[in-house]
Design a protein around this ligand. Structure first.
Ligand code: AVJ
Length: 313
């Protein structure tokens, strides 16, 4: 078995920690990425539709506020359906702008390039497979102002301290006049939040359990997926949805590829994801501490999701 060293060390660290945890970036292997796409179409998962509606309604205003940029840089490139709507508006204001698609996965940047080629034939699309801060450094060989996109509530996986550190690192590779467009989910009634992470069809449960399936596939694990329960809870104090995998019984699970046996108590949980939900004050604070000045914020019609345009201070 060809074992991925990043996966191995993350799984070993997480399953030997107390409480047990697994980092959310492990969700996104081929199966997990497909399950995430399915989540974005669920009736309960309002985030993607709200952000799309926001770009449809406010794309031109966002573009006008961003100004005549020479490059639009998207950190984390997916199927890019929402990005295309925004990009259409941006290119009307900045018709010569290039689009730089950044992802740690080569497959993701290639998919983005192919999709955008078809929709915007004249657009220069630059794929960069690298860490985000290194990609931002590379982009700066181009003259002109850059607009950096970090949308889709991707920042939601990080707590405030981590988010500040992340944004400050990017800020260090940005120049005066460059802008950041940050997409955040908003804090709202848990009656709306919880079902978005615990849908009736069980797609999110499968997405969560795919972590165990992935360990079985890639690391010779022996997890019985039926012996774990998908749990999504609202943590009001921390302002986040938490996802866990809860052991239904006492069990010992071997992971052959790691030479590891993991013991679970009945009801013991593996913490798999935090998804932070923001107030405007939280966003202002994070951006400010990271060296950005928030200039404008837009929300969708229902006030579920927000997009913030911030400038290098
Ligand atoms: C990709 C981090 C924005 O937190 O809503 C969806 C991931 N997890 N359902 C989110 C996710 C469970 C998603 N983000």
């Amino acid at each position: 078995m060809a074992v991925d060293p990043d996966l191995s060390s993350a799984v070993r660290r997480g399953l030997t920690a107390r409480p047990k945890r697994l980092p959310p970036h492990l969700f996104y292997d081929r199966e997990g990425s497909q399950l995430f796409e399915a989540i974005t179409e669920l009736p309960e998962y309002y985030l993607t539709r709200a952000e799309l509606q926001l770009f449809q309604a406010h794309g031109p205003a966002i573009a006008a506020a961003a100004g005549d940029v020479s490059a639009v840089v998207e950190l984390g490139s997916g199927s890019a359906k929402k990005t295309q709507v925004l990009l259409e508006a941006l290119l009307r204001v900045a018709p010569k702008a290039a689009f730089v698609a950044v992802d740690v996965s080569a497959a993701a940047v290639e998919m983005t390039r192919a999709t955008l080629r078809a929709r915007f034939p004249g657009l220069e699309v630059v794929p960069i497979q690298d860490e985000f801060h290194l990609a931002l450094e590379k982009v700066q060989v181009r003259p002109g102002r850059k607009l950096v996109l970090f949308i889709g509530s991707s920042v939601g996986n990080f707590d405030a301290a981590e988010a500040v550190e992340l944004l400050a690192t990017w800020r260090a590779s940005m120049r005066p006049g460059d802008a950041l467009l940050l997409g955040t989910d908003l804090r709202k009634d848990p009656a709306l939040l919880v079902p978005a992470y615990d849908d009736a069809r069980g797609v999110t449960a499968r997405f969560n359990k795919n972590l165990l399936a992935r360990i079985n596939r890639d690391l010779g694990g022996h997890f019985d997926l039926d012996a774990f329960r998908h749990v999504a809870v609202w943590n009001a104090e921390a302002s986040r949805i938490e996802m866990h995998l809860e052991s239904e019984r006492a069990q010992v699970v071997a992971v052959d590829g790691l030479g590891l046996s993991v013991r679970f108590e009945p009801g013991e949980r593996i913490h798999t994801e935090n998804s932070y939900k923001y107030t405007p004050e939280m966003v202002e604070e994070i951006l400010g501490r990271a060296g950005f000045q928030r200039e404008r914020t837009w929300t969708d019609d229902r006030g579920l999701f927000a997009e913030h345009l911030a400038r290098v201070k």
